[in-house]
Design a protein around this ligand. Structure first.
Ligand code: 13P
Length: 340
């Protein structure tokens, strides 16, 4: 596949007014989410939950693509249509998480490296055959006393670029996700310094490994005050620092930037994206690839009860619509209480 075809997929994922649903929680992570509403994580419940999200009527107005997990891309809707086909028929681009999780980094207490490069070429070809058009790989960088180390930053950047190059080779648009965690009591200037260093390393590796920037998307954290920092930056300060970081590190050849929500409340994640887009235009589309910030109210409204699928879908549609408005700086908190 040529770079033009990859670019067309990347651009469709950041089409105006739309963004991505990250529904690629691993079996361990979705179990934690289900625990929070007191339901058991069985294969059937996980399928029912994802089916509810994917079949929400009209959500394709605001959702361009869905990132699935290995189990999910092999599951089907009620009539036996595989989820990837069900989404594609609605005009939603199917995607897949391909990393194998962040593991302890040798000789680096408190730091992690993401695994999954062994056998990746073969897995990518299989996912393409199952209907995936794009992929995701998440690296995790923690902030704390003496960390992140250069060793952790560059090891993760190198792996991200190896993944991205293989993904493009398979004809799949890579979503490159270097997540700087916002856990800790550090201030927003520390978050800016670390996020900037990490993004710089990632683009150096992407360049060295000949990744086509036009055929990828970046999935970064927003630059925030650490969650335990006594002084919490305002939405305007978050937008200012995040845009500063991106302008300094992300080439304009990249078609789009799709933020993770990373534990922000759903309304904070929407409001901050909105402020950034209101300050546009920018060299790249600024969109969302939220997991928790799109799903949390829906998960709660559903509660594992087949009778409450409608309520779960209404909650998901509402968050998708709010974030769709934030894509063009047209969101206002008053819209939260207006009829969905
Ligand atoms: P959150 O938006 O919940 O951070 O999840 C996005 C994601 O895909 C993390 O890898």
């Amino acid at each position: 596949m040529g770079v033009e075809e990859l670019q067309a997929i990347a651009e469709a994922l950041v089409a105006p007014g739309k963004g991505i649903l990250a529904a690629d929680e691993s079996t361990g992570t979705i179990e934690k989410r289900f625990d929070s509403i007191g339901i058991e994580s069985t294969e059937g419940q996980r399928r029912a939950y994802r089916h509810m999200l994917f079949t929400t009527a009209g959500v394709e107005e605001y959702i361009s693509g869905v990132i699935m997990y290995d189990e999910t891309i092999r599951q089907s809707g009620g009539d036996g249509t595989p989820f990837a086909q069900l989404l594609a028929a609605k005009g939603i681009v199917p995607g897949i998480k391909v990393d194998k999780g962040a593991k302890a980094l040798a000789n680096a207490p408190g730091e992690k490296v993401t695994e999954g490069l062994d056998g990746l070429r073969e897995r990518l070809n299989e996912y393409a055959a199952l209907g995936a058009k794009f992929t995701k790989w998440r690296a995790v960088i923690a902030i704390g006393p003496g960390i992140p180390s250069q060793y952790c930053t560059w090891t993760n950047a190198h792996a991200l670029a190896r993944y991205a190059a293989l993904s493009q080779e398979a004809g799949l648009v890579p979503i490159v996700e270097p997540e700087v965690l916002m856990d800790g009591d550090h201030d927003i200037e520390t978050a800016l310094r670390v996020t900037s260093r990490v993004q710089n390393a990632v683009f150096t590796e992407l360049h060295d490994q000949r990744v086509e920037l036009e055929g990828m998307l970046l999935k970064p954290n927003m630059v925030l005050s650490g969650y335990d920092c006594p002084e919490q930056a305002s939405d305007e300060e978050v937008a200012e620092r995040t845009l500063h970081c991106l302008r300094h590190n992300v080439p304009s050849a990249v078609p789009g930037i799709v933020f993770l929500s990373g534990g922000q409340s759903d309304e904070d994640a929407t409001a901050r994206l909105n402020v950034m887009n209101a300050r546009g235009p920018h060299p790249w589309e600024l969109s969302f690839s939220y997991g928790r910030a799109l799903q949390a109210p829906s998960l709660k409204a559903w509660g594992g009860d087949p009778e409450r699928v409608d309520a779960g879908q209404r909650a998901f549609y509402h968050r998708a619509k709010m974030n769709g408005a934030a894509r063009s700086g047209l969101y206002a908190p008053a819209m939260e209480t207006a009829a969905a």
